[in-house]
Design a protein around this ligand. Structure first.
Ligand code: ADP
Ligand code: MG
Length: 256
């Protein structure tokens, strides 16, 4: 089972869109996929059409003293082969409890271990904050994907994310392959091209050669899940990015 964490300590960089697009594209390639919404804002859950008030049962329950089996929390999405675990606003309060409850940092790891071979890929959609939830995801992941908006300020978010990943990689004593995915690329602006060139120079191996362009069709969940007519520029770019990710030697090494 491959576990991919989609994270960046910055909001609005297309983490959730990337999780949904890769998840759906992986099912088109015949894989069984589980998405886990770790974000208290629950964008992934909402985009699947689930009401968040009252909160649906899901990710938060994994942090209970006697958590349910992760597979029992999976909900079916409109796309065959694609399940998801719903997020709740209450996830935000977890960060405050973590000091008083040791062991919470590995709760997700323990939950994933109960899945058996039901899923080929589990994709973790992270909140934009470095806290217990992101630590859980990074502790468990076989691969980290950092969506990075192609604008100068976003590069700071990338650098803090890379520092966090390196810190957790050291403490878990297991290699964490990292890929950087340029997102929201506006090819009409010079600054987007300059940012992309800068990223290429700084991270020649980790940077995905395909940038995901700005494409308003990606705002619609049906389109991201591939159910609308025609792929469009954005989704085609996600397909190319996925091809690249799946060919990465690091990705193969980390296959469990
Ligand atoms: P995050 O999870 O990092 O906060 P989202 O995936 O929710 O980011 O994306 C933020 C906003 O940008 C959403 O409204 C989403 O629909 C939109 N968006 C994401 N990627 C694209 C894209 N390539 N083109 C246009 N809009 C996009
Ligand atoms: Mg999000």
């Amino acid at each position: 089972m491959h576990i991919w964490t989609i994270a960046n300590q910055k909001g609005g960089v297309a983490k959730t869109t990337t999780t949904l697009a890769f998840g759906s594209l992986l099912t088109q390639r015949g894989h069984q996929v589980l998405l886990i919404d770790l974000d208290p804002h629950s964008s992934l859950t909402r985009s699947m059409g689930i009401a968040v008030d009252p909160p649906p049962v899901g990710t938060l329950a994994l942090f209970d003293d006697n958590p349910p089996a992760l597979a029992d929390l999976a909900l079916a999405s409109p796309r065959a082969g694609l399940d998801f675990v719903a997020g709740q606003a209450g996830l935000a309060t977890l960060e405050r409890q973590s000091a008083s409850k040791p062991g919470l940092g590995m709760a997700l790891n323990r939950a994933l271990a109960t899945l058996g071979d039901r899923y080929d890929y589990v994709l973790l959609d992270c909140p934009p904050t470095l806290g217990l939830l992101m630590v859980n995801a990074l502790a468990a992941t076989s691969q980290l994907i950092i969506p990075t908006q192609t604008e100068p300020l976003a590069v700071h978010g990338l650098n803090s994310m890379l520092r966090t990943a390196a810190m957790i990689e050291r403490s878990r004593r297991r290699a964490m392959p990292v890929s950087i995915l340029p997102t929201l690329f506006d090819r009409r602006t010079r600054v987007a091209h300059e940012t992309l060139d800068g990223l290429r120079q700084q991270h020649p191996a980790a940077l995905c050669p395909t940038a995901i362009p700005v494409d308003t069709r990606l705002r619609a969940i049906e389109h991201v899940l591939g159910d609308a007519d025609g792929a469009g520029r954005g989704l085609t770019a996600y397909q190319e990015a996925l091809d690249w990710l799946l060919c990465q030697p690091v990705a193969l090494e980390s296959a469990a």
